[in-house]
Ligand binder design. Structure first.
Ligand code: BES
Ligand code: MN
Ligand code: ZN
Length: 521
């Protein structure tokens, strides 16, 4: 999809030729004398249009308006969340096969956050999964103009460009999340990572069982040993800064299918365990956005990818394995496999001397119970990192919530037969999983995002959400001094990274406020 940002008052919008003109109408009634403002004002006056998000009024071939279809969308107070909700409500229209070119214009002032919300929500709402459903009506919406009433400020241009990149990253993550396990094997995930290496500053290395065995990753190997599909350890690098600048390392759980292994899961909804690689997909999505944005920062992405299967060769409850760190682990429950693949990837990450390490994993059902699908679980040993990630989540509308890591929570992981057990009891299951991972973390700030509740939606709207790509890209741009202003409007200098003058950068790119969000991953 191609996006353009332009200055477009409602008067000028009347002459925009397009299949669909979406007008975002806030509580502040439009006061202009143009056809659109008058229509909207009348509709509000007569009670036919409410300005609450979710309320809308559709017009066809309206007099004095060039667009074939017009959709007046209530956007409440006009903030990013309201814009997002309003456009989500218009998803069916945005997916209509007759709509190829759309204009979305703000009836009232646009903020950087609300402009970003338009781009990201339009891409999100018009996404159609077709990989294994080729007869589905593929996305036809190809060009979108985002119209803002006042000359675009540097902040708005920057937010627009960032959001186009984020939208592409989110879409790549959703696409890989949605693909069934037989179409998203560890090998295919690795190929997806390798194709990202076609972009500037990105490198990719893929290791197989022999190399992983040589590294001594006994925990990762143990999970993979019951599967016929060979494991892959995927290593992505984005080199945007000096070689000696320590990287942010992202580790994504890549279980391409989680049956539970010998501690097998119940059949109901087991299909959803194809989503157990959404942490890995979010790492791919972040790299897709980095490819677009080219920020001045170094990032490493590590993905341990394999299936968790029951088999004659599979690990059994009570088996003890030796992790790459040297710690022995008693595998009391083969369904607690995520932490086993992650612990070896975390140990491996030490070779990069990370500035920060963030792991992203659909790790525990307990986190779904604790936080549902609204916020991801955030665990961190470092207050500054935790607050940066929380702020990034708020700014990107991709929230997380900090959970505790008290020493006492680690007690339940004690084992009589190994250095550590891989499960505690049922109480505080999301926390004990994080405590397990913490044992493998070195002397650098670490955070763990449990995305079990947020990475996908079940039920009729079953599908991947692409979270937390938005949060992670927002955080990384902050580290590169290149972030859009956060929700409170404050621009925060980077911690540990070179702060680039964001406004200057945006100004340099300003003449072409255009960006393309690709249709294919
Ligand atoms: N992939 C699951 C976590 C999960 C479950 C995510 C349901 C989303 C929905 C993970 O590998 C797992 O099975 N965790 C176990 C851990 C338990 C055995 C300690 C769980 O949460 O039940
Ligand atoms: Mn499991
Ligand atoms: Zn799992």
């Amino acid at each position: 999809m191609n996006f353009d940002l332009k200055t477009l008052g409602l008067q000028a919008a009347t002459t925009e030729k397009c299949d669909l003109l979406v007008v975002l109408v806030t509580e502040a009634k439009p006061a202009g004398k143009d056809a659109i403002s008058m229509l909207a004002a009348q509709a509000i006056q007569s009670g036919d249009l409410e300005t609450k998000p979710g309320k809308s009024l559709a017009l066809y071939q309206a007099a004095g308006i060039a667009a074939r279809r017009v959709l007046l969308l209530g956007t409440g107070n006009g903030d990013a969340r309201s814009v997002q909700r309003a456009l989500q409500g218009a998803a069916a229209t945005l997916r209509a096969p007759s709509i190829k070119r759309a204009v979305v214009c703000f009836g009232a002032a646009a903020t950087p956050q609300s402009v970003a919300a338009v781009v990201e929500t339009v891409v999100h709402a018009s996404y159609v999964y077709t990989t294994t459903k080729p007869k589905a009506d593929a996305r036809t919406l190809g060009r979108v103009v985002v119209g803002v009433p006042d000359a675009e400020s540097d902040d708005v241009v920057e937010a627009f460009q960032n959001s186009c990149a984020v939208a592409q990253g989110v879409e790549l993550a959703r696409e890989w999340g949605n693909r069934p396990a037989n179409h998203a094997t560890p090998t295919l995930l690795a190929e997806a990572a390798q194709s990202l290496a076609g972009h500037a500053r990105i490198q990719c290395k893929v290791m197989g069982p022999a190399e992983v065995a040589k590294l001594g990753m006994g925990a990762f190997l143990a999970v993979a040993q019951g599967a016929a599909e060979p494991l892959r350890l995927i290593e992505l690098r984005y080199n945007g800064a000096a070689k000696n600048q320590a990287p942010v390392v992202l580790v994504g759980k890549g279980i391409t299918f989680d049956t539970g292994g010998i501690s097998i899961k119940p059949s109901a909804e087991m299909d959803e365990m194809k989503y157990d690689m959404c942490g890995a997909a979010s790492v791919l999505g972040v790299f897709r956005a980095l490819a677009e944005l080219q920020p001045d920062i170094n990032v490493v992405g590590l993905i341990p990818a394999c299936e968790n299967m029951p088999d004659g060769k599979a690990i059994k409850p009570g088996d003890v394995v030796t992790s790459m760190s040297g710690q022995t682990i008693e595998i009391l429950n083969t369904d607690a496999e995520g932490r086993l693949v992650l612990c070896d990837a975390i140990t491996y990450a030490a070779r990069y001397k990370p500035a920060v390490l963030i792991d992203i994993a659909t790790l525990t059902g307990a986190c779904v119970i604790a936080l549902g699908g609204v916020r991801s679980g955030l665990f961190s040993t470092d207050d500054a990192l935790a607050s940066d990630l929380q702020a990034a989540g708020e700014a990107a509308q991709d929230g997380c919530w900090r959970m505790p890591l008290d020493e006492d929570y680690g007690e339940s992981l004690k084992s009589n037969f190994a250095d550590v057990g891989n499960v505690g009891g049922r109480p505080a299951g999301a926390v004990t999983a994080a405590k397990f991972l913490q044992r493998f973390v070195g002397d650098y700030p670490w955070a763990h995002l449990d995305i079990a509740g947020t990475a996908w939606k079940g039920g009729a709207a079953k599908g991947s959400t692409g979270r937390p790509v938005g949060l992670l890209v927002q955080y990384l741009l902050g580290q590169a001094g290149n972030a859009s202003p956060s929700a409170d409007g404050a621009k925060k200098p980077a911690a540990g990274a070179r702060a680039a003058p964001a406004a200057k950068k945006a100004a340099a790119r300003k003449p072409s406020a255009k960006a393309a969000a690709a249709r294919k991953p």
